[in-house]
Design a protein around this ligand. Structure first.
Ligand code: NAD
Length: 248
């Protein structure tokens, strides 16, 4: 039987993060939902509260360490120490490398890579103190094989994969596992925006996937629940590709 653990999910107002937050909350774990979209977040957290889940909606920009520190203080006061950390928040602007300014580059690195650093490092004292923890980030197929007109995004996601491996080594002796889930085409607002910006449609993309359809947030959430469970205690430093087989 898995114990109830305090969970933090970033980017939880929509898409994959919302799917993950719902899954943990419905499994009975007290779940803190962080996002910059305050109104949407309140609405989604409100719906879960009505179902009887224990959730907390917190406005935080993951690129700002002060936001994360402030929100974690509230989470600890309301729920107790954090045990499961899911850095999921990300942005995916589409722009050619030639047109990319330093500001474009920096924002994607700040949110998609440094945001993962802040989200994990600020929770670390709780994981170390408990001698048990789970870190499950959401990287991307782009970090494994690159993505068109998304050099900054691909670099950040490749960084998340390397961070996962380095941190897995550092934390393994202390009871915390560190893994990353790499989706490819998952039906969310971000994916639909990226496909539109590249002037594709889902119908162009899905025949390229061995399982010829887009993934769903609840399928990423299922993998996340497994990696957080006691059944996954001996799995660390891994990239779990939940991608219909598009990258093997
Ligand atoms: N959807 C896909 O096909 C796909 C594929 C590979 C990887 N991913 C990754 O999965 C994660 C979730 O993607 P999604 O498709 O659900 O995206 P989404 O845009 O639908 O949702 C992302 C959420 O993150 C929030 N967010 C953005 N910037 C933030 C910040 N600075 N601080 C806090 N919250 C912030 C947004 O408000 C939004 O609610 C991302 O890291 C993304 O790169 C998605």
């Amino acid at each position: 039987m898995n114990r109830k653990r305090v969970v933090v999910v970033t980017g939880a107002a929509g898409g994959i993060g919302l799917g993950i937050a719902k899954r943990f909350a419905q499994d009975g774990h007290p779940t803190a939902m962080l996002d910059v979209q305050e109104e949407l977040l309140e609405q989604e957290a409100g719906a879960l509260l009505e179902e009887g889940a224990t959730v907390l909606a917190c406005r935080a920009d993951v690129s700002q360490r002060a936001d994360i520190d402030a929100v974690y203080a509230v989470v600890r006061a309301q729920f107790g120490p954090i045990s499961i950390v899911v850095p999921n928040a990300g942005i995916a602007p589409v722009i050619s490398f030639a047109e990319m300014t330093t500001a474009h580059w920096q924002r994607v690195i700040d949110v998609n890579l440094t945001g993962v650093f802040h989200t994990i490092q600020a929770a670390l004292p709780d994981l170390v103190e408990a001698g048990w923890g789970r870190v499950i980030s959401i990287s991307s197929h782009a970090g494994q094989s690159g993505a068109l007109s998304m050099a900054h995004y691909s670099a950040a996601k490749g960084g998340v994969i390397s961070l996962t491996k380095a941190l897995a080594r550092e934390l393994a002796g202390g009871g915390t596992t560190v893994n990353t889930i790499a989706p490819s085409v998952c039906e969310t607002p971000q994916m639909l925006r990226a496909i539109e910006a590249n002037e594709f449609s889902l119908d162009h993309v899905t025949p390229l996937i061995p399982i010829p359809r887009a993934g769903r947030p609840d399928e990423i959430a299922g993998a996340c629940a497994f990696l957080a469970s006691d059944d996954a205690a001996y799995i660390t430093g891994q990239v779990l590709a939940v991608n219909g087989g598009i990258y093997m």
